[in-house]
Design a protein around this ligand. Structure first.
Ligand code: G3P
Length: 218
């Protein structure tokens, strides 16, 4: 399973990259706004840090506007993946991008039928938002299961990128289902390594180690 980080904060991206576990980055307009920085400047910097797919989202909602932005975004760096909202003009634009060889991440997916459309348009990635579904008392991970079942039936090449991940259980279930990619906030990435028994066990080992003679003279 590939690990992407879901942030536009370059210091978090640097930290995640230093772990050696990072396969890519996803951003969205809200995450860019949080940085208070210029969109293009942030995306260019991210491309210098991570050598993997970097999702940069369009803000147009009409077909002409989306394909214009897509063509501009692909010029920034070969690793750019154009993130496109799952609306009808977005699906049409995804097909255009596929035909042009531009990689796409179709976002704001909340139903398996939306995911079917994205796959038929040749999307590189589909981003179902599991946390936002959980927020309204729908089972986000059930959506992932349904999309994977549909994609398997027809051998679609679109990769399932689990997004809106809020906690480690989302990552665990994604891995058990065999999702292709999970994009996680830095906080969740750090939580994956944590276990209280690891901390207690390590503290005991280090305490016991103090009683071990450290040289032959002692
Ligand atoms: O990048 C899209 C997605 O991961 C957003 O997550 O937490 O704002 O629902 P969230």
């Amino acid at each position: 399973m590939k690990f992407f980080i879901d942030t536009a904060d370059v210091s978090e991206i640097r930290d995640a990259q230093a772990l050696g576990l990072l396969d890519g980055v996803t951003t969205n307009p809200s995450l860019i706004a949080k940085t208070g920085r210029n969109f293009r400047e942030v995306i260019e910097e991210i491309c210098q840090i991570v050598d993997g797919p970097i999702s940069a989202e369009v803000v147009s909602t009409d077909y002409e506007g989306i394909i214009k932005e897509a063509a501009e975004l692909r010029e920034i760096h070969p690793n750019i993946v154009v993130k496109i909202p799952l609306i009808m003009p977005g699906i049409q634009a995804t097909r255009w991008c596929t035909d042009q060889g531009i990689k796409t991440n179709v976002t704001l997916c909340f139903s398996p039928l939306q995911a079917l459309l994205a796959a038929k348009a040749g999307a590189t990635y589909i981003s179902p938002f599991v946390g936002r579904l959980d927020d309204i008392a729908h089972d986000g991970m059930e959506l992932i299961a349904q999309i994977m079942e549909i994609y398997r039936q027809y051998d679609f090449k679109t990769e399932v990128l689990v997004a809106s991940v809020r906690h480690p259980i989302h990552v665990l279930e994604s891995a058990r289902m065999g999702a292709d990619v999970v994009t996680v906030p830095y906080k969740v990435l750090a939580q994956l390594a944590k276990h209280p028994l690891t901390d207690i066990g390590l503290a005991r080992f280090l305490e016991d180690w103090k009683r071990v003679p450290q040289s032959q003279e002692s």
